[in-house]
Design a protein around this ligand. Structure first.
Ligand code: BJW
Length: 234
C-alpha cells in the first residue's frame, strides 16, 4: 500500500503552534496580505520579521505530539511491508522530523531556514532575523527572509508532489482547512485518479464530499485511530 499524507496547521495545534483560520488563528488577528506576501515584506520587513521571529522562538520550545508520532509509526510499518509513504506538509515547523518521520516534503518552506532574496542562498536559521543581517553566501545585507512560501509564490516541489500523489493508493488530508491552493486541490486530484481519500480534522468542512472517509476530532486522538485502521490492512 502506498500512502500520501497532506498535513496542515491542525496537526501541530496541540503542540502549541498556531493555526491560521480558526477563531483564534493568526489571520483572526493579523492581516495575511501584510505578513505573508512578498509585497508585505517589501513594504514593512521589520513587521514581517517580528511575526516570524516570534513563531520561530515558540517553535524551538515546542514538542511533537501523538499525531506526529502516529504518522512515524505508519511510515515505519509501510516501509517494513514494502509499501510507500510520502508526507507533504504545508507546515513550516519541523515537528514531523522531530517525531522521527523520514520522508517529509515542506511545500510551504521551513521556518528554521533563511532564504536570501538576493542570491537564493538557503541557510539554517535558529535565531531572529533582521534587515541588518548579512547573507553568508553573497555578502549582501537586507535580503534575508524566512524560507517560507507566501501568497503569490510557487510552492516547493510541485512536480514531485503530483508524481507521488497520483501513484498513491490512499490519500489523507490531516489538520488542514482545505482553503489554500494548490494543496486544497489535492483531494480532488486524488479522487479523480481513483485513490481512496480520507479527511482527518477537527471539523468536517464543506468540501468533505471529496473524501470517502471522515474522522472528526483532535489530531492527537483521531490520527492514531486513522493509523491503527491503516495498519490493520498491511
Ligand atoms: C485541528 C486542530 C486539532 C485545529 N486537531 N485539527 C483564488 C482561487 C484559488 C486560488 C487563489 C485565489 N487567489 C489566490 C489564489 C492562490 C493562493 C490561494 O490559495 N489563496 C486562497 C486563500 C484563496 N495560493 C497561493 O498563492 C500559493 N501559491 C500558488 O498558488 O502558486 C501558483 C502555483 C500553483 C501550483 C503550481 C505552480 C504555481 C501559495 C500559498 C502560500 C501559503 N502561505 C501560508 C503562510 C506561509 C507559511 C506560514 O506562515 O506558516 O501558508 S498561508 C497559511 O495557510 C500557511 C498554511 O500552510 C496555509 C494552509 O493553512 P492550513 O494548514 O490549512 O491551516 P488553517 O488554519 O487554514 O486550518 C487548520 C485546520 O485544522 C482547520 O480546519 C481546523 O479545524 C483544524 N484544526 N485544531 C485537528 N487540534
Amino acid at each position: 500500500m502506498k500512502v500520501f499524507i497532506l498535513t496542515g496547521a491542525g496537526i501541530s495545534a496541540e503542540s502549541g503552534a498556531g493555526t491560521f483560520r480558526d477563531p483564534k488563528g493568526f489571520w483572526a488577528t493579523f492581516d495575511p496580505m501584510k505578513l505573508a506576501t512578498p509585497e508585505g515584506f517589501a513594504a514593512d520587513p521589520d513587521q514581517v520579521h517580528a511575526f516570524y521571529n516570534a513563531r520561530r522562538r515558540d517553535l524551538l520550545t515546542a514538542e511533537a505530539n501523538d499525531a506526529h508520532r502516529a504518522l512515524t509509526r505508519l511510515e515505519q510499518a509501510l516501509i517494513r511491508a514494502g509499501g510507500g509513504f510520502w508526507l507533504c506538509t504545508q507546515n513550516i515547523d519541523d515537528l514531523h522530523e522531530r517525531a522521527g518521520t523520514r520522508r517529509v516534503h515542506h511545500m510551504h518552506g521551513e521556518l528554521l531556514q533563511s532564504l536570501c532574496a538576493h542570491c537564493g542562498g538557503l541557510a539554517p536559521c535558529r535565531s531572529d532575523l533582521s534587515t541588518a543581517d548579512i547573507c553568508r553566501a553573497c555578502g549582501r545585507a537586507g535580503g534575508l527572509r524566512p524560507d517560507v512560501v507566501w501568497f503569490g509564490e510557487t510552492p516547493y516541489g510541485m512536480e514531485q508532489i503530483e508524481e507521488a500523489l497520483v501513484s498513491a493508493d490512499v490519500f489523507a488530508a490531516i489538520g488542514t482547512s482545505g482553503t489554500v491552493y494548490p494543496a486544497a486541490g489535492f483531494a480532488g486530484l486524488a479522487r479523480a485518479a481513483g485513490i481512496e481519500t480520507w479527511l482527518v480534522n477537527l471539523e468536517i468542512y464543506g468540501a468533505s464530499w471529496e473524501f470517502d472517509h471522515h474522522l472528526a476530532g483532535r489530531a492527537t486522538q483521531v490520527v492514531p485511530e486513522f493509523v491503527t485502521r491503516l495498519l490493520g490492512r498491511i
